[in-house]
Design a protein. Structure first.
Length: 441
């Protein structure tokens, strides 16, 4: 058990979250001492550039460009890895473990790519690898899933896991603004990741969904085995059509588990979510995650999924847990690991649902019939159809919804529709999210 009266925190990466963590550690130092019986002192931070102006200034002697020197500093007891990226972050994390130091991280990409190795390394070293801030910023989803709801299995977890894309969709929906205009504003507000594809193409949300899938089911789903689609093809016309169907289009991560067949599926995609779902009403930069457990029923958490203060709050919650662990308090339950016999990634034939399609076609007789025929060949039946002609371009926009089918059949149908004479571009396809989809058939 650790008897120290002072514990020093090293922060790797002094960006938005790193500065927030330092600030809150200092501002509430009395509270940490009262709760933990030790002083928690942010002591050193690493940056890429010493000359860069930072909103939150600290004593320059605490700052270095050498992250490794912080990890290896014998005075530093706890390391926060907030630099992001993969290779350097992984090396620093493993080095900290080998020195007997617990690491707190917000790095979802690293966990998604190397979580198995890192969790095993932490366990072998007898330290903690804590990652509350990696999913949904300030929402305490990791602790809820791993500890509070431990009595449950989870047939369905779904929700909004990327604040930037939700901000863009909400403004398009509420103001009729175009994707490009709102993206410009999101950039100015500093919401969009430096690598924009992470937010706009669903990759950031997919990292988070994979982590939740692992926590719930003990299985790392490879991103290559998942559907990952972003928001770039959503038009104002789609948002209006969704409204007519009593839905809103949201970028959602969906983790489904079939206990009958022992399949897990993870996907991130734009979906039409029924308007009465809390997730459909979760707007702006907020995130929302709905967990359906076998014991509790459905629990929904919404809140700030990004930003300095909420995310720093999650980092500090992990620091507090790490300190309690060092003082001898019980650790959270061990992470699950299942074997391939126990659970497998679901094949696309086994992932079923209804779909929304928008096609731009030449406005000539028989085109709609051809589209319907093509879908029927793949065993797909239509639920609704609407067509809007555009006289200027002599084309028509056809919006269809399907009855229940599966991912495999719709994939084949889309490929063949794209080849159909008179279809002008690859059809737009969104899933129609059914909150009752977890019920075994
Ligand atoms: N780019 C992420 C988002 C930040 O917009 O949600 C938080 O992970």
């Amino acid at each position: 058990m650790n008897e120290k009266k002072v514990l020093r925190v090293g922060i790797l990466g002094f960006g938005t979250v790193g500065q927030g963590t330092w600030k809150h550690l200092v501002e509430n130092e009395k509270a940490w001492e009262r709760i933990l019986g030790v002083q928690l002192i942010p002591t050193r931070a690493s940056v890429r550039s010493l000359s860069k102006k930072r909103a939150f200034a600290i004593d320059p002697t605490c700052i270095t460009t050498d992250s490794l020197s912080i990890v290896e500093d014998p005075d530093i007891d706890i390391v926060c890895e907030l630099i992001g990226g993969i290779e350097e972050a992984k090396k620093l994390t493993l080095r900290a473990f080998s020195m007997g130091k617990s690491v707190i991280t917000a790095n979802k990409a690293l966990i998604c790519d190397h979580g198995d190795e890192l969790f095993k390394a932490a366990e072998t070293a007898g330290v903690r690898y804590a990652f509350e801030a990696s999913v949904a910023g300030g929402i305490p989803i990791i602790k809820v899933l791993r500890e509070s709801l431990v009595a449950n299995e989870f047939p369905l977890i779904y929700g909004i896991m990327n604040g930037t894309s939700n901000y863009i969709l909400t403004r398009m929906e509420n103001e009729g603004a175009t994707f490009d205009d709102v993206l410009g504003d999101a950039r100015e507000l500093g919401y969009v990741e430096a690598d924009e594809a992470l937010d706009l193409d669903g990759v950031d949300a997919a990292h988070k969904a994979v982590i939740l899938g692992y926590l719930a089911h003990g299985m790392w789903i490879d991103l290559k085995d998942t559907t990952v689609e972003g928001i770039r093809r959503i038009s104002n016309e789609d948002l209006a059509a969704a409204r007519d169907l009593n839905c809103k289009i949201k970028l959602i991560g969906v983790i489904r588990r079939s206990f009958e067949q022992n399949y897990v599926s993870v996907g991130v995609y734009p979906a039409l979510v029924p308007i009465n779902e809390i997730i459909a009403q979760t707007d702006g930069v907020f995130n929302g995650i709905s967990l359906t457990g076998t014991v509790v029923g459905t629990v929904v958490l919404t809140g700030r999924g990004a930003g300095q203060d909420p995310t720093a709050g999650s980092v500090i919650s992990d620091i507090v847990d790490v300190v309690k662990g060092m003082q001898g308090s019980a650790l959270p339950p061990k992470l699950l690991h299942v074997t391939p016999d126990e659970c497998k990634p679901a094949p696309s034939q086994e992932i079923s649902g209804c779909f929304y399609l928008r096609l731009s076609v030449d406005d000539r007789p028989g085109k709609l019939a051809k589209v319907a025929e093509n879908l029927a060949v793949h065993g797909i039946s239509l639920a609704t159809v609407s067509q809007t002609p555009d006289e200027k371009s002599e084309s028509a926009s056809i919006i269809l919804t399907t009855h229940q089918t599966n991912e495999h059949s719709i994939g084949l149908a889309i490929d063949s529709l794209e080849q159909l004479d008179g279809v002008k571009e690859k059809p737009v396809l969104f899933r129609m999210f059914d909150p009752n989809c977890y019920k075994e058939e």
